[in-house]
Design a protein. Sequence first.
Lengths: 267, 401
Amino acid sequence: MHIVVCTKQTPDSAAKLTVDAAGKVSWGDSPIVINPWDEYAVEEALLIKERVGGNAKVTVISMGPEAALEALKHAIAMGADEAIRIWDPAFEGSDTLATSYVLAKAIKKMGDVDLVLFGKSAIDSQTGQVPVEVAYRLGFSPLTYVIKIAELDPAGRSITVERLLEQGRQVVKAPLPAVVGTIKGINEPRYPSFMGIRKATRAQYPVWSAADIGADPAKVGAAGSGVRWTRIFPPPAREGKAEIIQAGTVEETVRILVDKLMAEKVI
Amino acid sequence: MDFSLTPEHEMVVRMVRDFAEKEVAPYIKEYDRAHKPFIRAIERMAELGILGICIPVRYGGQGMDYISLGLACEELERVDTFLRVVMSVHVGLNSLGLLQWGTEEQKRRFLVPQARGERWAAFGLTEPGAGSDVAALAATARREGDVYILNGEKMWISMASLAHNFLVFARTDPKAPPHQGITAFIVEREMKGVTTGDIHGKLGVRAGSTGWIAMNDVEVPVENRLGEEGEGFKIAMSSLDNGRYTIGAGATGLIRACLEASVKYAHERRTFGRPIAEHQLVQQMIARMRRDYEIGRLFYLRAGWLKNQGIRNTWQTSLAKWFATEASFAAASDAVQIHGAYGYSDEYDVERFLRNAKGACIYEGTSQIHELIQAQYVLGYRQDKPLRCELPAYDPEEWQQ
């Protein structure tokens, strides 16, 4: 069983975003980490590997420049078997359409992939589009918002998952290979182990270029992207107002609070 | 000279920080308020391998270096001092003492389960009447055939009521000069005549366990004697070189915690129409915290580097411990000052930082003892003599075997 996890490097969630007059977005000197949502995908892949046993393999990939190594190292330190960075200067400026093309090409090159796992979305751009696009390009079953992998039958080539939707949980059975978008709550990601940390700092991280994956230059980078950036500006700062309710008793405080919330149509 | 951390060190820092922030920080106030030992956190440190971080793999540890130990202590004490205290006694004072002085058989029997976190370890040197004045030790060990009979009481022992193995010091030769008649023993909780209890009413480190050990005719087999008879004082002092290292590193983390809390609050809180961060006298306190954090870090990392090289580091470690503990108390006091009345309540963390900082200025050599140590080295009254067993230098290959 070969499981591929797609990861992305993002700024730390505590980073402060700034946009300068020229529209350049900066995260300052915030450390670059593995996209926090992707940790759930890596953990799920490791859990499946532990459950399935045998010759199950977890490969982590990331499309990105040198900084993407941090995400890959983190995944190896958690216990993934192999990590490949996919990068070429031609990939610069890729939107989700171009990114999914590159990832799908890389996965196709691996050949024997049964399952592709993603985090819900990346905390920087937050589109959540790439998993479905990759599934479409590969012809794999697209399964998003997955809170539980209920059953995995590699021999019978099927997977059953529970999707967490606004209306409730939806149970879906689909054929393998599949693309699974995991969400928070599917598991509790493990910390990297000390042994994993040592492995991660000594591991080789091959880089696949556009030529290595046989990518058409017209379909990658800004040229292969559908999104055009016309203007980039920071959102206006939110105006916040705090009010402390002080009444004689807890009951009275709650009554005032409820009245105010109803007046504001919050409840 | 290279001041950078290795990628391995950076990943260790992130991993330990994540653990402390996710699994300890959200609950620490509750345990501290209740004076309740946070046992689950110690169990998790055991599961994650933190309790055996710098012990070679063949002795059940994780095979990281001594700098990793220091970095882990900084991250742990940044969240709460009790976490670092566990490291000081379990790893610094006890396990590294076994690594340095233990026979192969003793390492297999005692160090392996300790490094795996299956058995927790403590250090029994201090007594009701003997702290910094180690030579005043009154506990006795009388040899009778293949066993020693231990009697006496140990006081202010971290992890006393939780640990399974104790490195205990007792007088084997009452006639010998005070420093020479002391011997070290590995006492196990299961041994008949061992009782322990907690000390209540502590100023700080309330989520940790501090207590006493009473030994009443405890039969300790000769195989549990660490080192030779009469070698106890040297073993105690070299264990303190390791325990103090963890304290220096941890106290540096406490300064960082004070700095981070103060910077955040100084930006948020406004007085006289502007954030208090813009007031010069607040800036002065913050600048001092930055200065002391950087000095504390340089001091402990140098001590860690010396340990990695297998070079004696008694005065450098003493300096790191003395400086960082005093500076952490000052930083915590200033952090309370910056927080004003809010800092005086347990709504914020800084009052806990202040209470937690004081203990480390007292244990493992009071600040005054360290001041004397520094003067004695500089004046030439004190020199390091070679030991029969030295702490092994870190060897990245051998540590993995």
